[in-house]
Write a protein that binds this ligand. Structure first.
Ligand SMILES: *[C@@H]1O[C@H](CO)[C@@H](O)[C@H](O)[C@H]1NC(C)=O
Length: 218
C-alpha cells in the first residue's frame, strides 16, 4: 500500500523527467551518418551526408549477391560491404563481406586492424585459423553451416580444403575494419630485399622470388 502510493505520487514527476530526456536525446542523437565520399575523412570515418540528401539506396548494396572472380593467384576473391562500398554503414560499427574460394584457394595470412570478424560458411569446407598474441594457433576445419570468430587485429587465414568451391560470409565489428595481407607487407612494396631479409630472417632469394610474383620491387 505504501509502495503503491509512493509510485503513484512520483509518476508525473517521472513522466516529466522521461519526456524531457526523450526530447533532449532526440535533438542530440543522430540516426545515421551516411558517408559523404566528396568530403574529407576523419579517424571516426567519413563525413556525414546531409540527411535531406540521404536515400534508401545509401543503405542498400547488392554486391554481396555476386560471386567474386577467383581466376587469380590466390584462387580467391573477397567482396566487401565496408563504409567505402556501402555508405549507410558509416559510423554504425558494422559491415559485411563475402569470400569466394575455388578449390585450393586461400585468403592468405591477414589482419583487420579495426575490427573483429565473424565468418559463416555457406558452402564448402575451409581450413581456418588464427594466431594469438601469445603465438598460440587456433585451427579448425569448418564445414557448411559453421561459424568462426577471428578476434580483432590477429593474423588469420582461410584455405579451401575441399574439392568444391567454398563461400563464406563475414561480418565485422567495424564499418571500416581494414585489411592488411602479410605477404603484401613483405613482398608487394618497394622495401629493399636486404631490409626485408633483416627484418624477417627470410632468405633474400625467397624474397626476390615473391616480390616478382606479387609485383614488389627492390
Ligand atoms: C576473371 O578474371 C580473369 C583474370 O583477370 C579474366 O580473364 C576473366 O575474364 C574474368 N572472368 C569474369 C567472368 O569476369
Amino acid at each position: 500500500m505504501h509502495l503503491a502510493y509512493k509510485v503513484k505520487m512520483s509518476f508525473p514527476a517521472l513522466l516529466f523527467i522521461f519526456s524531457f530526456f526523450v526530447s533532449f536525446s532526440h535533438a542530440a542523437v543522430q540516426d545515421f551518418c551516411v558517408a559523404d565520399y566528396t568530403a574529407p575523412e576523419g579517424p571516426a570515418g567519413y563525413s556525414c551526408k546531409k540527411p535531406e540528401k540521404v536515400t534508401v539506396d545509401d543503405f542498400v548494396f547488392s554486391g554481396l549477391g555476386v560471386a567474386g572472380n577467383t581466376s587469380n593467384i590466390i584462387k580467391a576473391a573477397v567482396t566487401t560491404a565496408f563504409s567505402s562500398d556501402l555508405p549507410g554503414v558509416n559510423g554504425l560499427g558494422v559491415s559485411l563481406g563475402r569470400a569466394d574460394l575455388a578449390p585450393g584457394g586461400v585468403v592468405p595470412f591477414h589482419t583487420h586492424p579495426g575490427g573483429s570478424e565473424i565468418a559463416y560458411v555457406a558452402k564448402g569446407t575451409l581450413c581456418a585459423g588464427f594466431v594469438s598474441s601469445a603465438n598460440k594457433v587456433y585451427l579448425k576445419t569448418l564445414k557448411q553451416g559453421d561459424t568462426m570468430v577471428f578476434p580483432q587485429g590477429l593474423l588469420h587465414f582461410q584455405i579451401n580444403s575441399g574439392k568444391t568451391p567454398a563461400l563464406f560470409f563475414v561480418a565485422f565489428s567495424s564499418a571500416s575494419p581494414g585489411l592488411q595481407l602479410l605477404d603484401y607487407v613483405l613482398f608487394k612494396n618497394d622495401l629493399p630485399t636486404e631490409i626485408v631479409s633483416e627484418a624477417s630472417f627470410l632468405d633474400p632469394d625467397v624474397i626476390k622470388k615473391l616480390k616478382g610474383v606479387l609485383g614488389g620491387t627492390g
